[in-house]
Design a protein around this ligand. Structure first.
Ligand code: SF4
Length: 146
């Protein structure tokens, strides 16, 4: 959980912020470049979401952050919507799992859905909402570590 008292001064004013625990893994910036950028070797919010699409993208980055360094001033009542949006479709049958793990320095994990059994590429952080969603996608038959 991000801490407001550790909010980086490089963030623009508003609800979303990055705190000083950011490990500069780049996840939020490639997932949601319209909200997050890099300044002084860590991430910061430079644009607050102004519509539902931007807000969902910012919440997805919040959930994907391996160190929970992204926070909101107001408790996000729509966090479940963001939880349910994972895994995110990125190509025909390939999904980005989100929930990056600090143990892999924020590396992305992907699910490949196949009729003969799904493949999990690298491991996301263990998180019950994601486990439930992955189960809904069917059995994971293989795990591929890069
Ligand atoms: S995802 Fe988290 S740790 Fe990674 S750059 Fe963004 S705020 Fe920092």
């Amino acid at each position: 959980m991000a801490h407001l008292n550790q909010r980086r001064p490089q963030n623009i004013n508003g609800d979303f912020y990055v705190d000083s625990t950011c490990i500069d893994c780049d996840t939020c910036r490639w997932m949601t470049p319209e909200i997050f950028h890099r300044v002084d070797e860590q991430s910061a919010v430079y644009h607050q979401p102004t519509n539902e699409t931007e807000r969902l993208a910012a919440l997805q980055a919040l959930l994907a952050c391996p160190t929970s360094s992204i926070g909101t001033v107001e408790k996000p009542k729509d966090i479940k919507l963001a939880q349910q949006s994972f895994p995110i479709l990125v190509a025909e049958n390939i999904y980005h799992c989100g929930y990056h793990s600090e143990n892999s320095y924020g590396a992305a994990s992907y699910l490949i859905q196949l009729p003969e059994g799904n493949i999990l590429v690298d491991s996301p952080r263990f998180t019950p909402p994601l486990v439930k969603r992955l189960e809904e996608f069917g059995k994971i038959s293989y795990m591929y570590l890069t």
